[in-house]
Design a protein around this ligand. Structure first.
Ligand code: SF4
Length: 297
């Protein structure tokens, strides 16, 4: 993969030679590591449906948030198992055979060229499932353009409006404008959301915002900017499932979200006319975070 020789795939723009075994800030060299490939029931209803989403969790991450909910696989250690492009393509068919409503590629930005190749291989062999790109939103529009025509549904995070918080918690002051540009490119590719007769999303952009404790003001700005920029053309998922893990160094984030914080944000979302999904408190459990044992790899 030529683009890994001086890797500039994501906004970190490390320029390292991953083909020579050097790892960038994402922690990945040129080997694709997958931590889990299995049916997943805990996405939004039009993604998980009744049968589950065929989720493939890629190891490593370009963002590295201090509060990462998947920190077991997002850091520098290789977790799961290495896969070739052909094996990745096979996994797509195995998830389809298990009855997945879609393929759900979770945090694959740093493996975009390999995933692109695996998708092209699978589609040439007849793969027809909708493909979901489930990402942090910290992506270059030009890298996303490689996926044009291969991805049906984009599921990006929009984590922060404020570059202060983006720097403080994700070491990425450029996150807000980068995510907005990425979402514009995603929407250009998919157009407005379309669901099938079974209620399963077939194409479109669903923006996720994970609320953080004490950052309600930033959530308000995120929601307002979604309404202003993309209005009725995207779906929004307002997540309250934040769970602190090992946050002793970040005491302000070392608690769950309060009911009052979440209710206020739901009111903002509704008053802005945003369409999408909210989470009932009762529906939240640590099962949102699956076991990363290399299952299905
Ligand atoms: S994908 Fe990894 S190596 Fe490439 S620019 Fe981003 S962080 Fe650096």
């Amino acid at each position: 993969m030529d683009s890994l020789t001086m890797c500039m795939l994501c906004p970190r723009a490390c320029g390292v030679n991953r083909n020579a075994g050097i790892r960038g800030l994402c922690g990945a060299d040129n080997t694709v590591w997958v931590a889990r490939a299995a049916l997943h029931q805990w996405e939004e209803p039009p993604i998980s449906g009744t049968c589950g989403s065929g989720a493939i969790f890629f190891t490593h991450c370009t963002l590295g948030c201090v509060f990462c909910q998947n920190r077991q696989i997002s850091r520098r250690e290789d977790i799961g198992a290495p896969v070739t492009i052909s094996r990745l393509s096979e996994i797509f068919f195995e998830l389809a055979a298990q009855g997945a409503h879609n393929l759900n590629l979770v945090t694959g930005t740093h493996y975009t060229p390999q995933i692109e190749a695996a998708l092209r291989q699978a589609k040439a062999k007849g793969l027809t499932l909708p493909v979901v790109w489930n990402s942090s939103g910290y992506e270059k529009a030009e890298t996303l353009q490689r996926l044009d025509g291969l991805i049906d549904i984009y599921l990006p995070d929009y984590k922060y409006y404020s570059s202060y918080y983006a720097e403080k918690y994700s070491h990425a002051a450029d996150y807000p404008e980068t995510a907005r540009e990425a979402i514009c490119e995603m929407l250009r590719q998919t157009g407005a959301p379309v669901c099938g007769a079974d209620g399963i999303l077939q194409k479109g952009v669903l923006i996720r915002h994970l609320m953080l404790p004490g950052l309600g003001g930033d959530t308000a700005q995120v929601l307002r900017s979604i309404a202003e920029q993309w209005g009725g053309h995207v779906l929004v998922s307002l997540l309250r499932q934040y769970t602190p893990f090992g946050m002793d160094d970040w005491p302000e984030l070392n608690r769950k979200l309060s009911d009052a914080e979440y209710s206020q944000a739901v009111e903002w979302m509704q008053s802005l006319g945003l369409t999408g999904f909210i989470q009932e408190r009762e529906s939240i459990s640590e099962s949102f975070i699956p076991a990363f044992t290399g299952e299905g790899v």
